[in-house]
Design a protein around this ligand. Structure first.
Ligand code: HEC
Ligand code: HEC
Length: 323
């Protein structure tokens, strides 16, 4: 029965020239998940600080650096005063936005850059997290779970205060996109890849591996932490070509909606100079339907026939741009 159906299906696809919708398995490298500690093993004893970083006069202790209701702010002179909801959140469920997205709004690769996002888009995304129309394809990752719980507990006027604050900040990129076939070996920590510079090399294959250049600086939540994203050789040029020619008639080329330089237009967000793995997750989440709120229906036709390899190249190229 199934066999007899397959041939006409194949023929009709060939005759009408339609491409089939295929969802390839999720790229696990884009959704790195911290391993659970081995059972029975005591948690490592961590030093309590206070810690300092070179370019700040301030210091923070470990409990201060891990308090989700008070964002460490190393350089208050670098940004306007934060609204209370951004700096401290509201207990028990609304975590301080700047704890994860940082006081500068430039975020970290495991979450998202909020600086410069259009207010209208920002508000719509908060509502999509709240009503479940924006989720991650890979459930169970703490950063997205915390974000979703925050969105469920936040009030509309608090969303607006946060949206206005982040929207007015300048978007910046801290990621260096490097083409390479061999990369340092790594393990997953902090929801990213922690490279071991002394641990030898491995083959990158068809993946993007993104992580902080300096893991200590990352853990201290320094907004100036630089990141590196290793991408396959040739992917930046391929991504550029795809971005400029997407669609049967090139009508879906990315800048037609995302604006010149992909820096955003009206309520459509900027996609230039964003973390490549976060762009990869968004494209895959939209293609899989896990993210279908807001105006993501406009992206449906863009991602419909996108292969994982296309998404990878686009993520590498967009990540290499200046925001
Ligand atoms: C525990 C960390 C964490 C906290 C705290 C947090 N977020 Fe997020 N946020 C995330 C993550 C992770 C994502 C990406 C989720 C995804 O797409 O899977 C995100 C995404 C977003 C986005 C979507 C950005 C885009 O480009 O589409 C907005 C808007 C946002 N957060 C606003 C906020 C606001 C406002 C607050 C504070 C009230 C907040 N977040 C607190 C982790 C956090
Ligand atoms: C027809 C208009 C349109 C075209 C063409 C388009 N986009 Fe989009 N894109 C949107 C809209 C609208 C959104 C916001 C979706 C929402 O509200 O959730 C978006 C969102 C995105 C996001 C998520 C951004 C974030 O902050 O989370 C990514 C990544 C993205 N687009 C990539 C691309 C790429 C790559 C191309 C070209 C291959 C492209 N888009 C072409 C309209 C478009």
């Amino acid at each position: 029965m199934i066999r007899s159906l397959r041939l006409p299906l194949l023929l009709s696809l060939l005759l009408c020239g339609c491409k089939p919708f295929v969802l390839e398995p999720a790229p696990d490298w884009a959704y790195p998940t911290n391993p659970a500690p081995p059972p029975g093993q005591a948690a490592p004893v961590l030093t309590q600080g206070p810690f300092q970083i070179g370019t700040s006069k301030l210091s923070f202790t470990r409990p201060e650096l891990t308090n989700l209701f008070s964002a460490p702010d190393w350089r208050p002179e670098d940004h306007p005063a934060m609204p209370e909801i951004v700096s401290h959140g509201r207990k028990p469920e609304v975590r301080a936005c700047a704890y994860c997205h940082l006081p500068t709004g430039n975020g970290r690769p495991e979450n998202a850059r909020l600086a410069g996002l259009p207010v209208e888009y920002f508000v719509a995304q908060m509502k999509a997290f709240r009503d479940g129309t924006r989720a991650s394809f890979v459930g169970g990752r703490a950063p997205t779970i915390n974000m979703t719980n925050t969105a469920k507990a936040i009030q509309d006027e608090e969303i607006l205060a946060a949206a206005k604050y982040f929207s007015a900040l300048p978007p910046r990129s801290f990621v260096r996109v490097v083409e390479s076939s061999q990369v340092p070996k790594s393990k997953i920590a902090g929801w990213l890849f922690k490279f071991d510079r002394q641990g030898g090399q491995e083959s990158l294959g068809e993946r993007i591996l993104e992580g902080p250049e300096d893991f200590e600086q990352f853990e201290l939540r320094d907004p100036a932490t630089p990141y590196i994203a290793y991408v396959p050789e040739g992917s930046i040029a391929l991504g550029k070509r795809l971005a400029e020619t997407w669609g049967e008639q090139k009508e879906l080329e990315c800048s037609s909606c995302h604006g010149p330089g992909y820096r955003g237009k009206d309520a459509v967000p900027s996609i230039a100079g964003r973390s490549p793995t976060s762009v990869m997750r968004q494209l895959y989440d939209m293609k899989s339907g896990a993210r279908h709120g807001g105006k993501s229906s406009e992206m449906d036709k863009v991602v419909k026939y996108m292969k994982n390899s296309d998404m990878l190249a686009l993520a590498a190229y967009l990540g290499s741009l200046t925001p």
